[in-house]
Ligand binder design. Structure first.
Ligand code: NAD
Length: 491
C-alpha cells in the first residue's frame, strides 16, 4: 500500500482482494469536510456466502488447529510486525475516514498490532486440565475452537476492535469473517493486508464491508457460522441476538454505555476535572466507555462545573489531521442526533453551561464540547447514550444516593470514582454495577485488562486473558484405560 490513500478498496475473501459480486461500491467521506475520499466494494449476501465458505473450508482443513500453538503465535507476531510497519498509512486512513488525529490514528495502529502480539503470546498457554477419575480412567479437557467466527464492528474504533476479536479468534484456531463498519471501514483492511503479508492461510481471515441491514444481517443469519462477536449499539445487538437464537449460537455482545464518574468530597478536584475531560472529549465522545455523566456533591457543584467549563473553553475544534482536540463526529446524521438530544435536554430543564449542540458554521460534522448542569437522573440526557462530546453533571447529598444514580440506567459498561481514600474506593467499586471500574483515572486499563458490560451493555469479555475463554468451548474426553469398561448403566 502506498502513502497516498487508495481511492478504491476491495474486499478480502479466501486470500484474494475482490470486487463486490454485484459490482456496487460504498462512498466513504471525510467527516471533517463531508467530502468523498474513497470508495469500497459493497458486500451483500452473495459476498457473505463466499466469505463464509472460504472461512469454513479453511476451518475444516484444520490448518490452524493442527499448527503447533507456538507457531500460530509466531504467525500472529508476523501480523503485528506488518501492522507496525504500516502504522503511518493506517494513521492516515483512520484520520481521513474516521476523523481522528494522526497521533490517534497511529495509536490505533500500534494498539491493533499489540493485540496480535498479546494474543499470539497466549496461543500456547491456553490449556485444558486433567480430571482425576481413579486409575481406570484418563480424563482431560480440550479448549476447542467454535469454527467460523462472524464478527461485526462499529465505526468509532474499527481497527482496534477488529484486531482484538480477530486476534483472539486466530489464537484459538477459529476462522473469521469480519464485517467492517460502512462509515469508516478503511483501517480494518490493513488487518487483511497484514495477514496476507504474514502468510496467514487463505480463508482464515476474511474482511468485507457493507451495510448493516443487508451485509451484516446476512452474516449473522448465515447457516454456516458458529460464533458471533458483535460490538455496536444495543438496538443492533438485540436484533443480532434474535438471529443467533434461531441457531443457538454463542455470542459476545459489546454494546453501549452511559457511564458515570462519582466525585467524593475528598477527591483531588483537578485530577477529577482532567480525567473527566479526557473521559468525555476523547474522540469527540464517540467512545463506548465515555464518562458521559459526572456525579458530584451538591456543595461542590458550582466549583466543579466552572472548572470543567474553563477546561472545555481551552479545547480547539477542527479536523483531526490538523491536530485539534475536538474532532468531528462521524456523520451528518450522528451530528443531528446529538444536536436533537442537546435541545431536548435544554427543554427538560438542563442548563448548558457551555456548548449545547452542533456548530453550524463549520463544514464538517462538529459538536461543541458541551457541559450540562442541573441534570436530574430521569432526564433522557442522563439515561441514553449520546455518543458525542456531551457531559451531564448531576448532584448527590449522600454516597448511597451517588451509587444509586450511577447504577440507575439500563447500561453497565464502566463506572468510576474520584477519592484519595482507599476504603471509599473499595466501598464504591464494590457497589457500582459495571464491567470495569476506574479509580482516579478514566480509561485506566489496557489490552491486558478484561473489558465488557453488564446489564444492557452486553456480556462476554474482550481484552485480557479472559477474552480467550469466549472463543473456545470445553470438550471433555473420558477414556477407560483398563479392561472391563463398557459403559455405566444409568450413568
Ligand atoms: P451500530 O449498532 O449502528 O453498528 C455497528 C455495526 O453493526 C456496523 O458495522 C453496522 O453496519 C452493523 N449492523 C447494523 N445493523 C445490523 C444488523 N441488522 N445486523 C447486523 N449488523 C448490523 O453501532 P455504531 O453506531 O456503529 O457504533 C456505536 C455503538 O457501538 C455505540 O452504542 C457504542 O457504545 C457501541 N460500542 C461498544 C463498544 C464496546 O466494546 N462495548 C465499543 C465501541 C462501540
Amino acid at each position: 500500500m502506498s502513502q497516498e490513500l487508495k481511492k478504491y478498496w476491495k474486499n478480502y475473501i479466501g486470500g484474494n482482494w475482490v470486487d463486490g459480486v454485484n459490482g456496487d461500491r460504498i462512498s466513504i467521506e471525510n467527516p471533517a469536510t463531508g467530502l468523498q475520499i474513497a470508495e469500497i466494494a459493497r458486500a451483500t449476501q452473495e459476498d457473505i456466502d463466499l466469505a463464509v465458505t472460504a472461512a469454513r473450508t479453511c476451518f475444516n482443513s484444520r490448518v490452524l488447529y493442527n499448527m503447533r500453538p507456538t507457531n500460530r503465535g509466531a504467525l500472529m507476531f508476523e501480523i503485528a510486525r506488518h501492522m507496525t510497519e504500516m502504522a503511518d498509512e493506517i494513521a492516515l486512513a483512520e484520520c481521513l475516514d474516521n476523523g481522528k488525529t494522526l497521533t490517534g490514528g497511529k495509536n490505533e495502529a500500534l494498539a491493533a498490532a499489540r493485540y496480535f502480539t498479546y494474543y499470539g503470546g497466549l496461543a500456547d498457554k491456553l490449556e485444558g486440565r486433567m480430571i482425576p477419575l481413579g486409575s481406570d480412567y484418563l480424563d482431560y479437557t480440550i479448549p476447542s475452537p467454535f469454527g467460523v467466527s462472524a464478527q461485526i464492528v462499529p465505526w468509532n474504533f474499527p481497527l482496534q476492535i477488529a484486531a482484538r476479536s480477530v486476534a483472539c479468534a486466530l489464537a484459538t484456531a477459529n476462522t473469521v469473517v469480519l464485517k467492517s463498519p460502512e462509515l469508516s471501514p478503511l483501517s480494518t483492511y490493513f488487518i487483511a493486508e497484514a495477514c496476507h503479508r504474514a502468510g496467514v492461510p487463505a480463508g482464515a481471515v476474511n474482511i468485507v464491508s457493507g451495510y448493516g441491514h443487508d451485509c451484516g444481517a446476512s452474516l449473522v443469519s448465515h447457516p454456516d457460522i458458529d460464533h458471533i462477536v458483535f460490538t455496536g449499539s444495543l438496538k443492533t445487538g438485540q436484533s443480532i441476538l434474535h438471529a443467533a437464537a434461531e441457531r443457538v449460537l454463542p455470542c459476545i455482545m459489546e454494546l453501549g454505555g452511559k457511564s458515570a464518574g462519582i466525585v467524593f468530597p475528598d477527591a483531588n478536584i483537578d485530577q477529577a476535572i482532567n480525567s473527566t475531560a479526557s473521559g468525555i472529549f476523547t474522540h469527540a465522545g464517540q467512545v463506548c466507555s465515555a464518562q458521559s455523566r459526572l456525579i458530584v456533591p451538591a456543595s461542590l457543584r458550582d466549583q466543579i462545573v466552572e472548572k470543567l467549563a474553563q477546561k472545555a473553553a481551552g479545547l480547539t475544534i477542527g479536523a483531526g489531521i490538523d491536530g485539534h482536540d475536538i474532532t468531528p463526529v462521524i456523520s451528518g446524521q450522528q451530528a443531528e442526533k446529538i444536536d436533537a438530544m442537546c435541545k431536548e435536554a435544554i427543554q427538560d430543564g438542563a442548563e448548558a453551561v457551555t456548548g449545547g449542540g452542533r456548530i453550524e458554521e463549520m463544514n464538517g460534522h462538529f459538536i461543541k464540547p458541551t457541559i450540562f448542569s442541573n441534570v436530574t437522573p430521569s432526564m433522557t440526557i442522563a439515561q441514553e447514550e449520546v455518543f458525542g462530546p456531551v457531559l451531564s453533571v448531576l448532584t448527590y447529598d449522600d454516597p448511597e444516593e451517588a451509587i444509586a444514580i450511577a447504577n440507575g440506567t439500563d447500561y453497565g459498561l464502566c463506572a468510576g470514582l474520584y477519592t484519595k481514600d482507599l476504603s471509599t474506593a473499595h466501598w464504591a467499586a464494590d457497589r457500582l454495577v459495571a464491567g470495569q471500574i476506574f479509580v482516579n483515572e478514566w480509561f485506566a486499563g489496557g489490552i491486558e485488562t478484561p473489558f465488557g458490560g453488564t446489564k444492557r451493555s452486553g456480556y462476554g469479555r474482550e481484552k485480557g486473558q479472559e477474552a480467550l475463554l469466549n472463543y473456545v468451548q470445553t470438550k471433555n474426553v473420558g477414556i477407560r484405560i483398563t479392561d472391563g469398561g463398557g459403559g455405566r448403566p444409568g450413568g
